[in-house]
Write a protein that binds this ligand. Structure first.
Ligand SMILES: *Cc1c(COP(=O)(O)O)cnc(C)c1O
Length: 388
C-alpha cells in the first residue's frame, strides 16, 4: 500500500523532482507572448542559459521533449543520404540511430555491450578510414541514461581532431546537462542537445540545441526537410526576444527560476554534489554485493546508477515492491536490459538525506524481494556522505 503521507520519492533518472521555487514560478499567470514583458523574460533567459552549456553562442529553445531536440539537431545540419557515425552505448543511442535512419541518413552504427561508453580509439579508427570525408557527423550520447555510463567527450573531440576529420560533433546531454561537467565551446561540440526534465529540474516540455558557428554554417546547406524545427526563424525572432510561434511561457518562468538556483549553488558545486552522491550510491551497491552496470570506472555516471541483478532475480519485481511499500519510483531496465537492471536517479534537486532515504528504500526493497544483500551497503553509503 502506498503511504498516504509524506512526499513521493521520484528517483528515476528523469523526470526529476521539481523544486518548489520552480513550481511556484510556473504557477504565475501566463502573459502576452508578443508583449514587452515576454521579450524581457526571453532576452534574459537566452543569455542566462548559455553558461549552463558552457557556450557564448546561441541556444535554441523548443516546446518539445528531448526527442524533438534530437530531430532538430539532425535536420538543421544534415542532408538526405549523409553518412553519420553513431555508437551503440545503450537504449537512447539506439533510438537516436533509429531516428537518423528514418530521416534518411546512412548510419554507421558501432556495436556495443551496453556497459561502456564511446571508445575514442574507435572514433579515431573509423574517421581515419574515412579518407573521402563521407562521414558528415559523429553522434554521441554523453550520459547514456539506460546504462549509467558517461562518455568522455574531450577524448572523442581529440580523436576527431587527430584524424583531421571535418565531421560535425553532435552530443546528447539530455541527462547530463546541469548535473555533470560539460563544455560546449571548450570541447568543440557543434550541436548540444538537452531537455528540461532531467538535470535542469523542470517538468518535461522544453528541448534545447546549443549551436556552434560551424553548425550554423552547416545549416545553410543542410537539405533535410524542416519547418517547425528550423533554427533560422527561431534565431531571428529571438533577436528581439520573441518566437515564431506561441512559446511555452510558464515553462520559461520555471526555467528562469531553475537557472537562478543553479547560479546560486554554482555549477562547480552542483557537479561536485552529483559526483559525491554517485560515489555514495556505488558504495551502497558494492556493499550490498551487487554490480554497477557501468564496466569502466572512468565512465561512471554522476547522474544515475544502474544496478545489475543476477539472472535469478527480476529487477521490475524489486521496483514494484519499492513503489508499493515505500512510495518510491526507480528507473526500469530499458531495451535489452529489461528485468535485469533497475536504475537509481541521483540527479537534479537532491540532498544527502534524499539520497540516504532513497538508498534505505532500495535496500529494504531488495531484502523484501528476496535478493540477498549485505545491509552494510547502506552504512557504506552513509560513510561517504558523512565524511565527504
Ligand atoms: C530522456 C532521454 C532522451 C529522451 O528524451 P524525451 O524527453 O523522453 O524525448 C534522450 N536521450 C537521453 C540520454 C535521455 O536521457
Amino acid at each position: 500500500m502506498v503511504a498516504p503521507s509524506g512526499r513521493h520519492f521520484l528517483q528515476i533518472p528523469g523526470p526529476t523532482n521539481v523544486p518548489d521555487p520552480v513550481l511556484l514560478a510556473i504557477a504565475q499567470p501566463t502573459i502576452d507572448h508578443r508583449g514587452p514583458d515576454f521579450a524581457d523574460l526571453a532576452l534574459d533567459l537566452l543569455q542566462r542559459i548559455r553558461p549552463v552549456f558552457g557556450t557564448t553562442g546561441p541556444v535554441v529553445i523548443y516546446p518539445s521533449s528531448g526527442t524533438g531536440a534530437w530531430e532538430a539537431a539532425l535536420v538543421n545540419t544534415l542532408s538526405p543520404g549523409d553518412r553519420v557515425l553513431a555508437f551503440e552505448t545503450g537504449h537512447f543511442a539506439t533510438l537516436w540511430r533509429d531516428m537518423a535512419e528514418r530521416l534518411g541518413l546512412v548510419v554507421e552504427f558501432v556495436p556495443g555491450d551496453w556497459r561502456r561508453g564511446v571508445d575514442p580509439l574507435v572514433v579515431a579508427e573509423r574517421l581515419a578510414a574515412d579518407t573521402a570525408h563521407a562521414i558528415a557527423a559523429v553522434m554521441v550520447v554523453h550520459n547514456e541514461t539506460s546504462t549509467g555510463v558517461t562518455s568522455r567527450i574531450p577524448e572523442i573531440r581529440a580523436a576527431i581532431d587527430d584524424a583531421g576529420h571535418p565531421a560535425l560533433l553532435l552530443v546528447d546531454t539530455i541527462s547530463s546537462l546541469g548535473s555533470i561537467d560539460y563544455r560546449h565551446d571548450e570541447w568543440g561540440v557543434d550541436v548540444t542537445i538537452a531537455c528540461s526534465q532531467k538535470g535542469l529540474m523542470l517538468p518535461p516540455g522544453l528541448g534545447f540545441n546549443a549551436v556552434s558557428e560551424k553548425a550554423l554554417s552547416a545549416h545553410s546547406s543542410a537539405r533535410l526537410p524542416k519547418a517547425y524545427w528550423d533554427w533560422a526563424p527561431v534565431l531571428e525572432a529571438n533577436e528581439r526576444g520573441y518566437y515564431p510561434y506561441t512559446p511555452p511561457t510558464n515553462l520559461l518562468y520555471g526555467l528562469r527560476e531553475a537557472l537562478l538556483l543553479l547560479e546560486k549553488e554554482g555549477l562547480a558545486a552542483v557537479f561536485a554534489r552529483h559526483d559525491r552522491h554517485a560515489e555514495a550510491t556505488r558504495a551502497a551497491v558494492r556493499g550490498w554485493g551487487l554490480d554497477v552496470l557501468c564496466a569502466d570506472e572512468r565512465e561512471y555516471s554522476s547522474a544515475l546508477t544502474a544496478v545489475l541483478l543476477g539472472e535469478e532475480h527480476d529487477a521490475d519485481k524489486v521496483r514494484r515492491i519499492i513503489l508499493d511499500r515505500f512510495d518510491m519510483s526507480l528507473g526500469t531496465g530499458l531495451g535489452r536490459l529489461a528485468g535485469r537492471v533497475f536504475r537509481i536517479g541521483h540527479l537534479g534537486d537532491l540532498n544527502d538525506l534524499t539520497l540516504a532515504g532513497t538508498l534505505s528504500g532500495v535496500q529494504m526493497g531488495l531484502e523484501l524481494a528476496g535478493v540477498p544483500v549485505d545491509p552494510a551497503g547502506l552504512q557504506a553509503a552513509l560513510e561517504v556522505l558523512r565524511t565527504a
